[in-house]
Design a binder for this molecule. Structure first.
Ligand SMILES: [Zn+2]
Length: 273
């Protein structure tokens, strides 16, 4: 079913705002990283003190954006008032997301850096590896704030029966593109993947406006599918669904459901970096 223009605008505006929040947060994380110079314990402490609140502010912002988006979506579809759900921000940000104190999470870039040095890597390469780890952790935390907020809001709306994943076309990998062909139950937390920025689009019992599909995003998603599954995968959206049996959703102790290739050994957090 073709989606109406206003629905597409609501979803598009949300994903744009989400992308801006992500870019801003990552820039601030980068800034904190670039301010370090000794890479020793004192720097690690300084970084964690600076970055944990930066990421948490980003999570809160994305949680509020997500709640407002879902309220706007519901108001458009049902003609009712714009009424965002009351959010318990502590339940969808910070320690609640991984069950791990962010102060511990943001020490990990230094463990990456120090391990690289102990393996004889050059300092510049070790610093680059630590920086990449910091960025990857922040991206995952922001996405978890989005998926946890979505599940919380949709779970309290009796009219919602499930949701679809929406590809943004910015970060989509082949696995996300295949996962976006499916419908999900509203109680299920959206599974993530490294760099995932997928949005969530609710499905209501009586009124399903269809799926928002950004043609540019779809092209990029098809390229990603081709890269992952082979060149013959590019010819049609519908073909993506045929690859669904190759995808597995595995429960990760810290991150919750994670998308992987079914044939792939699940090795944990490294899959997400
Ligand atoms: Zn994704």
């Amino acid at each position: 079913m073709a989606v109406d223009a206003q629905t597409a605008r609501i979803v598009g505006a949300y994903l744009d705002a989400d992308a801006r929040a992500r870019t801003q947060t990552l820039a601030r994380v980068e800034h904190a990283w670039a301010a370090l110079d000794s890479w020793r314990d004192a720097d690690a402490t300084r970084f964690v003190r600076a970055v944990a609140p930066i990421v948490q502010a980003g999570e809160r912002h994305i949680a509020n954006l997500t709640s407002a988006y879902l309220a706007q979506y519901a108001a458009h579809l049902h003609g009712g008032p714009f009424r965002p759900a009351r959010l318990d921000l502590d339940a969808v940000t910070g320690t609640a997301l991984r069950g791990v104190d962010p102060a511990e999470v943001y020490m990990r870039p230094f463990h990456t850096l120090w391990t690289a040095l102990s393996e004889g890597k050059r300092l510049t390469d070790a610093v680059a590896a630590g920086r990449a780890r910091a960025q990857s952790l922040a991206v995952t935390d922001l996405q978890l704030a989005k998926t946890h907020t979505s599940r919380g809001v949709l779970g309290r709306d009796d009219r919602v029966v499930g949701y679809r994943r929406v590809l943004t076309g910015r970060e989509d990998c082949g696995i996300c593109a295949v996962a976006a062909t499916q419908r999900y139950r509203k109680a299920d937390l959206a599974a993530i993947h490294g760099g995932c920025d997928c949005g969530v689009q609710p499905i209501y019992g009586g009124r399903d406006p269809g799926q928002v599909i950004d043609p540019d995003g779809l092209d990029r998603a098809h390229d990603a599918i081709a890269e992952r599954f082979g060149a013959d995968a590019v010819d049609a959206t519908a073909r993506a669904a045929a690859y669904w049996p190759q995808i597995a959703i595995r429960e990760h102790g810290e991150l919750g459901p994670v998308l992987t290739l079914a044939a792939h050994d699940f090795t944990g957090p490294a899959d997400l970096s």
